[in-house]
Design a protein around this ligand. Sequence first.
Ligand code: ZN
Length: 87
Amino acid sequence: MSHTRNTGPMLTSPRCGAQTRNGETCRAPALRGKARCRMHGGAWGSGAPFGNGNAVKHGFFTREAVDERKFVRTVLTEAEKLLRKLS
Ligand SMILES: [Zn+2]
């Protein structure tokens, strides 16, 4: 049999490159859109959660909270203006 295997595209795919336990670099193909293979952190669901909130301690300075305080402040100042006008 003289069948030449066409493995070119397979071999040119990006590799994982993580350091393995024997000190060598992992040669498994990296997952699509990821830098690592399925065994080295590339698996679906691994890594930081979506909408990572690790930096949020209390949410006092989130855009929503700031906008809400701004809105409350404008409503209060408008009400105060109206009350001063009426009295
Ligand atoms: Zn790997």
